[in-house]
Ligand binder design. Sequence first.
Ligand SMILES: C[S@@+](CC[C@H](N)C(=O)[O-])C[C@H]1O[C@@H](n2cnc3c(N)ncnc32)[C@H](O)[C@@H]1O
Length: 209
Amino acid sequence: MEIWDKYYTWFYDTNVWKNMQYHGIRTLKLPSDMWNYQEIIFDRGITHVVETGTRHGGSALFFADTLAARTQGGFVITVDIDAASNMIRKHERIKFLIGDSSSPKTAAKIFSLLPEERGPVFLILDSDHARDHVLRELESLVPYLRSGDYLVVEDSSVNGHPVRHNFGPGPWEAIDEFTKRYPGTLRRDSGRERKFGATSCPNGYHEKI
Ligand SMILES: C[S@@+](CC[C@H](N)C(=O)[O-])C[C@H]1O[C@@H](n2cnc3c(N)ncnc32)[C@H](O)[C@@H]1O
């Protein structure tokens, strides 16, 4: 096993990821992925973040703060099927939506909230991690992306990549199937993915072509 997979397996199996906060709000992320996300947002001039899976709201707050440091008008749209865990509820740079993130209706709603004159979007899929759900999200949301937008599929590490061997087909299998079905749509950003070695998102960093 590669050294970063050993580190990541320790991070995952000891549940460190279940005990993390961003500015006091829980978030379920690998810290080096978050560092990568804020670098991507600055490098690529991202103006808006679309997140599926809000949970406690810590990641949405992280993206809102990062956008606030970079751009005057940018904001985050985050969608969850269940708002019960959301610790934030109201924030001037976050639009909270309730709904199924894999539904075409939700996708249409999300992208109707973005200005036509927008800059690049950072789309991050972090809701239900079952393959079929993630594949439906990809099929309903990616068609709204423009060339130069950025996609991260979170938690593709499950189902043995390298953790949770018995999870069943998950995000890794969804992105694999999507790129086979729609060649020429996404370009894998392997350098970014492995910039800090460990990642929760193997085969999960992509640029929209
Ligand atoms: C992994 S958590 C999100 C973690 C959060 N992004 C963070 O980093 O702190 C997954 C969330 O997805 C939500 N979810 C599950 N199924 C969903 C669906 N079909 N549509 C939208 N959200 C869903 C759950 O309610 C849960 O809050």
